[in-house]
Design a protein around this ligand. Structure first.
Ligand code: NAP
Length: 290
């Protein structure tokens, strides 16, 4: 698809919901083909939920539903709030050793007594379909084969599908978290964008954003990025989601019309996060059974 008409007044809506449906059709066919070609292929994504945070429980459920929609099995593992690091590591090692498990998702955040980084890094690289291990991150940053962190990976799928050019473009990523801003910046750098990463100590943020051909909002503050920071014709990728306010990290109500293309909230980046996770799980299963 062509990158949007920068002279037109109507920005292109980068619809993650429709793209997720398209990708799911392909994934469903691939899982079905895998099961036909290998008699004992019953791959599953294991979801690990520690504690009883209702938002985390909802996210895990959405991920399991995502598996179901494409015919991928899911194994739900729930552990109590007082789980120790050692207990969680033992469970992860058990899942690493299970050949049926082709992907492991440890829902973030885990209760504070747990060493989350150690637990993420215990996930077998072949099963790190959510791109959370240091090894996977390092490989991705070196442009080597690795699964990406699901949200930035989903954004890259949107960018590729809609033919948004990254080569030589000025990208400003606002946010530098390990699961979103940082991997996002590296993925775009790997595609030859010139990337600036901003964070809470960045000075003159509005002026930096004004230079951007592509802006990624990954801040976690409702409508933080204002319309007057957006250059005419820029592409807006809003990774934020605030259910209470039903908005993202960019003031899309006012900023969208200045852009050449934007991801709506909801219905932009959100649906592609789960889709990227499921796509990487299917890829992992294909690699194992081929
Ligand atoms: P996070 O871990 O809280 O990171 C937020 C980042 O924003 C940090 O790097 C922080 O800088 C930066 N920041 C905070 N205040 C700032 C300010 N005033 N100016 C500039 N930068 C500032 O959040 P996250 O997990 O990356 O999530 C970010 C957003 O994405 C949230 O809205 C979240 O809901 C959304 N999200 C969506 C999905 C999805 O599936 N769609 C998945 C994950 C996250 P410092 O590093 O300096 O503290």
């Amino acid at each position: 698809m062509d990158q949007k008409n920068e002279n037109s007044s109507n920005p292109l809506v980068l619809d993650g919901k429709i793209l997720a449906q398209l990708v799911r059709i392909d994934l469903k066919q691939r899982i079905s083909a895998l099961k036909q070609s290998s008699e004992n292929a019953e791959p599953v994504l294991a979801t690990l939920l520690v504690g009883s945070d209702p938002a985390s429980a909802t996210y895990v459920k959405m991920k399991q539903n995502g598996c179901k929609k494409v015919g991928l099995g899911s194994l739900k593992v729930e552990m109590p709030e007082d789980t120790t690091t050692e207990q969680l590591l033992a469970k992860i090692n058990e899942l690493n050793a299970d050949p049926q498990v082709r992907g492991i998702l440890l829902q973030h955040p885990v209760p504070s007594q747990i060493d989350e980084r150690a637990c993420f890094d215990a996930i077998d690289i072949e099963k790190d379909v959510d791109g959370v291990t240091c090894l996977g991150f390092g490989r991705m940053s070196m442009n080597l084969e690795a699964y990406g962190s699901a949200t930035p990976k989903g954004i890259m799928m949107i960018i590729e599908h809609y033919g948004i050019e990254l080569k030589g473009k000025n990208v400003v990523v606002v946010g530098r978290s390990p699961i979103l801003g940082k991997p996002m910046a590296l993925m775009m750098l790997n595609k030859h964008a010139t990337v600036t990463i901003c964070h809470s100590r960045t000075q003159n943020l509005p002026d930096i954003v004004r230079q951007a051909d592509i802006v990624v909002g990954a801040v976690g503050i409702p409508e933080f990025i204002k319309a007057d920071w957006i250059k005419e014709g820029a592409v807006i990728i809003d990774a934020g989601y605030h259910p209470k306010e039903n908005c993202g990290d960019v003031d899309l109500k006012n900023a969208a019309e200045k852009s050449s293309a934007y991801t709506p909230v909801p219905g932009g980046v959100g649906p592609m996060t789960i889709t990227a996770l499921i796509a990487q799980s299917v890829e992992s299963a294909e690699k194992f059974y081929k």
